[in-house]
Ligand binder design. Structure first.
Ligand code: HEC
Ligand code: HEC
Length: 257
């Protein structure tokens, strides 16, 4: 992780040519030529060569533009690609957001097959089991996630220019949530079984699916959410209301002479 941070720093500090337009650099001989790739992994290798190798290297060794993918594991590849964060459009470590993925499910599976057969290791895609324990889920959320993602999961800035995105976006899936929890896309920490065991994780996913459904369909059981505009618009509304009231009071008690 330190290596990634150092790499990211060096990438930011040296203005480097855009890898998408830069001439192809020399690619060293494949590290894993003895590995017999399955048909699926072979398809993944071709896709990887087209879309990922310019930054991550065909041998997953990384480059000045991007970290090594050796041993990152299925959950990492799945999360970064299916949230649409990868393939990145620049090698700079700028914030990447949830967006429509570029690949189909089968293509993502083939990329995972390639990366994990060339360099095994790392977390597998974590399972999610149905849960109905809303109270436990809320407790897990409040203890571990609220400090960054906000009291309702609406998202918040977390310093150093990072944003903890809203967890109320319609497009976020249950699997993406458990993957994020287990891999911890920096600066988000990762949580292992000892911190959040399977039962708590399932409850957390259940709780988040409830708040997400409520937010998406704008159901609200209390307060005045003001179209989920967040604390800035709420604060402005409170200020404007206060000033108007004050103005009214001054008009009533004030005299003109
Ligand atoms: C233009 C350069 C670029 C391209 C193309 C690209 N990536 Fe990345 N990738 C990055 C950068 C930069 C990071 C680090 C991002 C961060 O940490 O915020 C990264 C991070 C990742 C990570 C997380 C690694 C870790 O250790 O946490 C995975 C997995 C990944 N990329 C997979 C892919 C796959 C699969 C493709 C092809 C579909 C791809 N990337 C294409 C630049 C790129
Ligand atoms: C230290 C602050 C921090 C904590 C604590 C934290 N997160 Fe995050 N989280 C982030 C940041 C920052 C990102 C964005 C990472 C990126 O885009 O590379 C993120 C991203 C995510 C995403 C991806 C959302 C998307 O737009 O695709 C999910 C899901 C998520 N977090 C869930 C959780 C859950 C569940 C917990 C509690 C178990 C949690 N996070 C705890 C900071 C945090």
């Amino acid at each position: 992780m330190l290596a990634v941070a150092v790499l990211a720093l060096s990438v930011v500090s040296s203005p480097s040519p855009n890898p998408m337009t830069a001439p192809p650099r020399h690619i060293s001989a494949p590290l894993v030529s003895p590995v017999q790739l399955s048909k699926q992994a072979q398809a993944g290798k071709e896709l990887f060569g087209l879309r990922c190798a310019s930054c991550h290297g065909i041998d997953l060794q990384g480059s000045q533009y991007a970290p090594s993918l050796r041993g990152v594991g299925a959950a990492n590849v799945d999360w970064w690609v299916s949230t649409g964060r990868m393939p990145a459009s620049t090698g700079l470590r700028i914030e990447k957001h949830q967006q429509t993925p570029m690949f189909t499910r089968a293509e993502i599976d083939s990329l995972i097959a390639y990366v994990t057969s060339v360099a095994p290791g790392g977390p597998p895609i974590p399972p999610v089991y149905p849960s109905t324990d809303t109270a436990l889920g809320r407790q897990v959320f409040v203890t571990n996630c609220q400090s960054c993602h906000g009291a309702f999961g609406q998202g918040a800035t977390v310093g150093y220019g990072y944003l903890a995105p809203s967890l109320l976006q319609k497009s976020i899936t249950d699997t993406e949530i458990v993957e994020a929890v287990r891999i911890g896309p920096a600066p988000m920490p990762h949580f292992d079984q000892a911190q959040i065991d399977q039962r708590k994780l399932d409850a957390l996913v259940h709780y988040l699916s409830i708040v997400r459904t409520q937010a998406v369909s704008k159901i609200n059981y209390g307060g005045a959410p003001m179209d989920y505009g967040g604390p800035t618009s709420e604060g402005f509304a409170a200020w404007a209301l206060g000033m108007l009231t004050l103005y009214g009071v001054i008009r009533v008690i004030g005299t003109n002479d």
